[in-house]
Design a protein. Structure first.
Length: 285
């Protein structure tokens, strides 16, 4: 559980967890890219691992690029300006949920990697802000008689590994963490989202400005349903982690069916039963 008293806490937390996954890879990388570098949290965490010899960064925001601790350029994640095979490592933390064409962006990332290059990323998943999604819609419906979706749709974990496979990555893996953050009330959460630059994750203006009565009802419902850690309320942030490798002839390939040299039953020290047979129950039940 974290406390939402610093607007950049989530970026630091996600960057640290991506760096931990990089440490689990027992090799070093000559040239890496921090894609969507924001305030440089991931670049600093990656450099501390000692796994990357040279690290570069890019971000669509000229202001955020200025704060990067490594050489950086202004570039859109959906229009990467890098040559094929420019990097052997691409990292990204809490940037990819903003892109309109995630499959296309993943394809560009794979092309920017050298054979056997690694992509490690973190993005917000579909369970993010589930509490706010619920009470905001109900509050608006109660006050105005109508409600639209004010929370941006985000990728589900079940789809993430499939997207990597569609982009041509080998050995795709997706897993997730659910980070619970405590806030004083729902209004503090919405202010924090704005300071984090994630205000549009909740489209608070997409369907017109929120009426004060809607905000008040949202705060009331949130307090009643999602009280957490005493006098505070909870907010959930689902972080989905993605990893995949650019295909290479040197990578281990799965065996063709029928070519295994060891029987599974032998490996498990069990008795193999022909299809359709059942193991007798000595109790007679």
């Amino acid at each position: 559980m974290a406390t939402g008293d610093r607007s950049d806490f989530l970026f630091g937390e996600a960057a640290s967890r991506v760096a931990d996954r990089l440490m689990d890879v027992r090799r070093s990388f000559a040239a890496g890219l921090d894609l969507g570098c924001r305030g440089g949290h991931l670049a600093r965490a990656a450099l501390r691992t000692g796994r990357v010899e040279r690290l570069y960064a890019c971000d669509p925001s000229p202001l955020l690029v200025q704060s990067a601790p490594v050489p950086a350029i202004v570039a859109d994640e959906e229009l990467l300006p890098f040559a094929d095979g420019a990097f052997d490592l691409v990292l990204s933390s809490l940037a990819l949920h903003w892109v309109n064409d995630l499959p296309g962006t993943l394809l560009q990332i794979r092309r920017a990697l050298r054979p056997d290059g690694l992509f490690l990323g973190a993005m917000l998943g579909g369970e993010t802000l589930a509490e706010l999604r619920e009470v905001l819609m109900e509050a608006e419906l109660a006050v105005t008689g109508k409600a639209g979706s004010r929370i941006s749709p985000m990728a589900a974990l079940n789809d993430a590994a499939g997207l990597l496979g569609r982009a041509g990555f080998a050995l795709p893996v997706a897993d997730r963490d659910l980070v619970i953050v405590a806030y004083s009330d729902a209004l503090a959460l919405m202010r924090d989202l704005s300071r984090m630059g994630e205000g549009s994750a909740a489209h608070l203006r997409a369907a017109g400005p929120l009426h004060r009565a809607v905000v008040a009802e949202t705060v009331r419902l949130y307090e009643r349903r999602h009280r957490y850690a005493g006098d505070r309320v909870r907010a959930s942030f689902e972080i989905i982690y993605l990893s995949g490798w650019a295909p290479s002839d040197t990578q281990q390939k799965p065996l063709r069916p029928g070519t295994a040299k060891t029987r599974l039953a032998d490996a498990l020290s069990t008795v193999e039963q022909p299809a359709g047979d059942t193991t007798p129950n000595p109790s007679g039940a």
